[in-house]
Design a protein around this ligand. Structure first.
Ligand SMILES: Cc1cc2nc3c(=O)[nH]c(=O)nc-3n(C[C@H](O)[C@H](O)[C@H](O)COP(=O)(O)OP(=O)(O)OC[C@H]3O[C@@H](n4cnc5c(N)ncnc54)[C@H](O)[C@@H]3O)c2cc1C
Length: 441
């Protein structure tokens, strides 16, 4: 492990954070940082927050610090499109995955969704979190093949889903853009920033939560040490690192196999009653494209949201010029779906990082004594991060289970060539996806 000076940066204004009811919540003051903890969790996205909740259950009363370099709910966990996806995402129909893998992914996804639901209910946590399900919609006939494979898998699992034709899709989603959609009811739609930050607010008192507090080094050992950018050195029994792809900059072995893409999101201003009427009575919804490079849309809290435009991320943080360039595609995607609302301005536009691995498997490592590291690698990163964090906590506490054994065996990202080949190869692949996705973007 090595010292890092590469930290998360802002990219535009994140509408999820700006409209979150926990935006101004005060976590622990950095003056309260102790010298010594039982457990330190570094990185408070969905991975880190779930790790902290699991540690609390595994070792009641343990002293725990959950530390993030940024405001909690501002990096990827708070910048995504807000789908907590239950069904196996993107791997169904891929011959490199067995039916058992798909079943496991479905099972683990449902397991962590149920856990977060329970935490929310037990704490009467008011967050924008609804079981509205997911519409995977196709504009082009050529995009349907993946949805057909997913339907076959769901048939085998006897899991609920519905096909909607053009007319039904249009009345549910207030747009004529799609000719067919497959609806799965188990996906949660949330304000991701409010959800991850909100969950962190109900951690019990034995968990101290510090934000805007970068960690620059983690040293393994009998008593591991965590060095903060403010110069403080903390010691503990075990460290869990859930800093996503930033673990590369700490020199975590295997982390070179994580790469990522940048994508961009925009929220409209609040729609007027007249504008909402043009959505034909649609209820809050979430649309992901049948094609993996296609746009994602949401309607919630009287705003429409669009996420589109992807480029290979040579670096995790995003250059400002790149953010500005995204506005053209965001606007085009929005106007194609809701031409009657093309006058409605975007109030917030932001960019974010989606971590990926070649085989979609997360990193799940114990790279040094008493240090445990996890990072995810596919487009359903929220459920996968929650799974990774939860089971890293079990691993750190020596709690064995069938799930943990499966995870240790399979959460191993495949090899990715080093730079410059990864950027060249990744960029070429995304251009190819862009061409094939055509008007789904
Ligand atoms: C535009 C966009 C749309 C997406 N849509 C979806 C979606 O709808 N559904 C879905 O499932 N996934 C989606 N994703 C992917 C998903 O957001 C991520 O995969 C997921 O958030 C990863 O969670 P994590 O906890 O592993 O990492 P992160 O959320 O990245 O959390 C890591 C945390 O570590 C902190 N950190 C980094 N370095 C340090 C340090 N040195 N010291 C302390 N803290 C540090 C960061 O500030 C951050 O808070 C989307 C992503 C983007 C960008």
């Amino acid at each position: 492990m090595k010292q890092t000076d590469y930290l998360p940066e802002h990219s535009g204004r994140n509408g999820w954070f700006e409209t979150s009811r926990f935006k101004n919540h005060k976590f622990n003051d950095q003056e309260e940082i102790l010298k010594d903890y039982d457990y330190i969790v570094v990185g408070a996205g969905f991975g880190g927050v779930n790790a902290a909740f699991r540690l609390v259950e595994n070792v009641p009363g343990a002293s725990i610090a959950l530390i993030d370099a940024f405001p909690i709910g501002y990096f990827s966990s708070g910048r995504n499109a807000g789908f907590i996806i239950d069904v196996p995402h993107g791997i169904v129909g891929d011959p490199t995955f067995t039916f058992e893998d798909q079943q496991w992914r479905f099972r683990l996804n449902k397991f962590v969704i149920a856990r977060m639901e329970k935490i929310r209910a037990d704490n009467n946590l008011e967050i924008n979190w609804h079981k509205h399900g997911m519409h995977q919609a196709a504009h082009l006939k050529s995009s349907l093949s993946y949805l057909n494979e997913l339907a076959k898998f769901l048939d085998t699992m006897k899991a609920e889903y519905h096909w909607f034709d053009k007319e039904e899709t249009s009345s549910r989603l207030g747009t004529e853009f799609y000719f067919k959609s497959l609806y799965t009811p188990g996906t949660i739609l949330m304000n991701p920033s409010e959800a991850v930050r909100g969950l962190a607010t109900v951690l019990p008192k034995n968990v101290q939560v510090f934000e805007n507090c970068p960690v620059i080094n983690v040293e393994e050992g009998e008593i591991p040490k965590v060095t903060l950018a403010n110069g403080k050195v903390l010691s503990c029994k075990k460290v869990i690192m859930t800093v996503s792809a930033f673990c590369k900059n700490f020199g975590v072995p295997g982390s070179q196999n994580i790469f990522g893409i940048h994508s961009f999101g925009a929220h409209t201003r609040v729609l007027t009653d007249e504008e909402i009427k043009t959505l034909n009575g649609a209820i809050p919804f979430g649309i992901t494209a049948a094609h993996p490079a296609g746009a994602t849309l949401r309607y919630c809290d009287r705003r429409l949201y669009v996420r589109t435009d992807i480029t290979f991320a040579t670096h995790i943080n995003i250059a400002t010029e790149r953010l500005y360039k995204s506005i053209y595609k965001l606007r085009r995607a929005f106007n194609n779906r809701w031409p009657q609302l093309s006058h409605v301005n975007f109030e917030y536009v932001y960019g974010g990082f989606i971590p990926l691995t070649m085989n979609t498997q997360p990193l799940f490592e114990n790279p040094g004594k008493n240090v445990f590291v996890g990072a995810v690698g596919d487009g359903s990163g929220v459920t996968r991060a929650a799974t990774t964090g939860t089971f890293l906590a079990d691993w750190a506490c020596d709690i064995d289970s069938e799930e943990l054994r499966y995870i240790k065996k399979t959460f191993k990202p495949n090899f990715v060539p080093p730079e410059p080949f990864r950027t060249i190869g990744g960029t070429a692949r995304l251009i190819w996806e862009d061409i094939h996705a055509r008007s789904e973007i």
